[in-house]
Structure formats: structure tokens, C-alpha cells
Design a protein around this ligand. Structure first.
Ligand code: GLY
Length: 414
């Protein structure tokens, strides 16, 4: 379906910048001009990562510079968010599946030895990226899942622990209650807090409905004992379930390269759902002859275009990191026949590092909103964040596809 300017202005977030996107016809999507490493003498060593690697990249960079292995350097970066109970997208404290159980996915590839390891749907072990490495080094397999992966990890000495922090558990309970009109979650009839469902008067404005949703959820959050300063964030995570992940690729002075990706996956997913992060070739792919790439975002979409592998093959055939990443994103656009009404609910970021040190961060959309652009973290002697190059210079729409949160309500509840 072609995308009209009228539809876009109606359904998308951005006014001024979006106006250009609305006029795009099939096959003409915007590849925005942005930074690309254009120098012929790229810096090595270099580490690139998703935005949540920023606080954890300094020591691994020193480790890499001092001769440390490229995969170990990348694993040291992603271990930071895995260990951090406040990062609700990875490892300990990750948001759970719909049954309240944290299930983690991860994979890694070691360029110099051309090996790979992966674990999917793994419970009770926080450093799944290290378990993925152990699958690579200590088994004849490439991928272990579920209970078998957990038993393997315990046998290799990884401690079993409850990954559902009190905070994530309360957010999950809030999510249950929000969806509980037709089930037994939340206060029952005998509870003084029980409220009869209210008739919605015809034509009640969206802004009013949203305000009511926010206020009701904030009340529930208070009932659940979520601290006042954390309530709003919890409400957003219920209304707009996040996908969060970290990818990291590392290249040393000798030109050795490796990569890894780790995640708790889509919040409130079906138990057993495995995303792109543990799929070698989707969430991460490294080829010692070419480079390394990884992904964060809509896992289902990325699996269908084998994103990381597509990017590496594109570079093998001569594309720059940016061109290679944008081409993979265009395949997602093609999968939806350029239908912007659907694509606005999809988001994807690729992190691309070529063997000579050239790199790029590319994304389907500019970000979630003006204050939250998609970014790539880079350390090549200088630690920094750079905005990604988007296919569409506009903002994605949160999933699930509720009517757009009106700006005035967002302002009131930010
Ligand atoms: N990209 C993370 C996931 O979809 O699980």
C-alpha cells in the first residue's frame, strides 16, 4: 500500500521532518545523509556498541588495546548491562515473559577462529553472553536452548539466581492488571478498590481516554508499592512494552574481529519466544574476512531478513558499512510492501564494523522521539555516541498499535 502524506501526518509523530517522508513513493525511501566513516585510514582498535554500552566500554577498550582478545573485549562490554539490575532489557532485572519469568537470549562469534555459540530462552542465569561463549568453547554444538542450556550453564559453574528483580516483578504485575478486565488478576469484587467497568460515552476524545489510562495505572502502581519516582517509567513500560538489547563488536590492531549480542527480548512475550539476538546471522554475525554486525529492535523482522548476515554479505560485495546496513533495512521495508501504516510500528537498529575499522550505525527510524534518537556508541581512543543514519527521518510509533498518545497528554505525563 502506498503511503500518503495525509496518513503520515495523521499517524506519525513528527510534524516538520516527517513532511518529507510522506511524499515518498515505493522504492524512494530516504537514506538520510549522515556521518559515514569516509577516511581511508580508519582507527584500530575500535569497539562499537548499542547505546547502553556507553558506561561499560572504557575498560574493555583498554583491555583490547593491551592485546586482549576481541570477543572477550566485546563480552566485557555487554556483561555491564547484564549485571545491572536497573537495565530492564538485558540479563538481571530484564522484563519477564507474560508468565513473569525472565528468559534470555544471546549469541557470539569469534572471528579469528571462525567459531560461534548461542543460547536461547534461557532462565535463571544472568550472564547468558558468557554461556554462549562457553557453548562455543566447551561443546561441539553451536546453540543450546531452554532447560538444556540452563543445565549446561550450571554444570559449567554459572550460578543459578532469580533474575526477576522486585522492580521488574511489579512492572509485570502492573502489566497483568492493565490487561485484566477479563481475568482474575487485580482486585476482586470483594475488594474496596474494585470498580465497575465504566461506560465510555460515544466520541470521548482520545486525549481523555489516555489521561484516564495513565491515572488508573499510576494508582495501580502506587497500590503495588512502586516508588513514586519510578511510577511513570513503569507505566510507560506497561503501555509500550520495550524491546531492549545490547550488541557489541570489537576489532583489534591486527584486524581480528568478533561480536556478541544479548537480551531479555520483548517484554511480556509468550513463554518460549526466541528473538533475533541468539540467531547467528540475525542478531549478530562476524566474518573475519569482512567485518561484524549486530542488531537491536524488532527481532521478528530482523530474523526474516537475516539482518547481520545480509550486512556482512553486502560489505563482502563492496558496499560501505552504511550502505550495507541501509540495504538490510530496505528489505524490511520491502517485506511490508512499503506500507508505512505498518512500518511505523517496526523499529530496527544495526551496528556495523568493517574489518578495516570503518563503521556505521543505521536505523529504520530516527528514534522514538526528538529527545531519544537512535545512537551508536564508539570507542577508538575517544569514547562517544553518534546518531544513527535513518531510512526514514521521522519517529517510530510504539507497539502495540494503540491510537497515538496525544502530545498534550505525553507532556502532562512525561
Ligand atoms: N531484538 C531483541 C528481540 O527482539 O528479542
Amino acid at each position: 500500500m502506498a503511503f500518503s502524506r495525509r496518513d503520515f501526518v495523521k499517524t506519525s509523530v513528527l510534524g516538520a521532518v516527517a513532511a518529507g517522508v510522506g511524499t515518498l513513493a515505493q522504492g524512494e525511501e530516504l537514506a538520510a545523509q549522515q556521518h559515514e566513516s569516509q577516511s581511508s585510514s580508519y582507527k584500530r582498535p575500535i569497539i562499537i556498541a548499542a547505546h547502553n554500552g556507553f558506561n561499560y566500554i572504557e575498560d574493555p577498550y583498554t583491555f583490547l588495546k593491551n592485546g586482549g582478545d576481541t570477543l572477550d573485549a566485546a563480552l566485557r562490554v555487554v556483561k555491564g548491562p547484564e549485571d545491572d539490575p536497573k537495565d530492564t532489557s538485558v540479563g538481571l532485572g530484564g522484563l519477564p515473559n507474560e508468565e513473569g519469568v525472565v528468559e534470555l537470549d544471546s549469541c557470539c562469534m569469534h572471528g579469528p577462529t571462525r567459531r560461534a555459540g548461542s543460547v536461547g530462552g534461557m532462565r535463571n542465569i544472568k550472564n547468558v553472553s558468557l554461556v554462549a561463549k562457553a557453548v562455543m568453547t566447551d561443546t561441539g554444538h553451536v546453540m543450546l536452548v531452554g532447560e538444556g542450556a540452563e543445565r549446561f550453564a550450571v554444570a559449567r559453574g554459572f550460578p543459578r539466581e532469580n533474575l526477576l528483580t522486585d522492580h521488574s516483578r511489579k512492572i509485570w504485575l502492573l502489566w497483568k492488571e492493565y490487561h485484566s478486565n477479563n481475568d482474575w488478576w487485580g482486585p476482586g469484587l470483594a475488594d474496596p478498590r474494585w470498580q465497575a467497568p465504566q461506560e465510555q460515552p460515544e466520541g470521548k476524545p482520545q486525549s481523555e481516554l489516555w489521561r484516564e489510562r495513565f491515572l488508573r495505572l499510576e494508582e495501580h502502581a502506587a497500590d503495588l508499592g512502586i516508588a513514586p519516582e519510578l511510577r511513570r517509567e513503569a507505566v510507560y513500560k506497561v503501555l509500550f512494552p520495550p524491546t531492549g538489547t545490547i550488541h557489541c563488536s570489537a576489532l583489534n590492531e591486527k584486524g581480528e574481529i568478533s561480536g556478541c549480542t544479548t537480551t531479555s527480548g520483548l517484554a511480556y512475550k509468550l513463554p518460549g519466544r526466541v528473538g533475533d539476538s541468539p540467531i547467528i546471522g540475525a542478531g549478530c554475525y562476524t566474518d573475519q574476512d569482512v567485518g561484524s554486525a549486530g542488531a537491536t529492535g524488532s527481532g521478528e523482522e530482523n530474523i526474516k531478513v537475516a539482518g547481520a548476515h545480509t550486512i556482512i554479505e553486502n560489505m563482502r560485495h563492496g558496499m560501505t558499512p552504511k550502505e550495507a546496513g541501509l540495504d538490510a533495512l530496505q528489505r524490511i521495508v520491502r517485506n511490508y510492501n512499503h506500507d508505512m501504516k505498518k512500518l511505523q510500528f517496526v523499529d530496527m537498529v544495526y551496528y556495523v564494523l568493517r574489518k578495516d575499522g570503518a563503521y556505521a550505525g543505521v536505523s529504520l527510524w530516527t528514534g522514538y522521539e526528538a529527545s531519544k534518537p537512535h545512537q551508536i556508541v564508539v570507542h577508538d581512543g575517544t569514547r562517544r555516541v553518534e546518531n544513527t543514519t535513518p531510512v526514514f527521518q521521522a519517529f517510530s510509533h510504539d507497539f502495540p498499535p494503540e491510537p497515538k498518545l496525544p502530545a498534550e497528554v505525553k507532556k502532562q505525563f512525561e
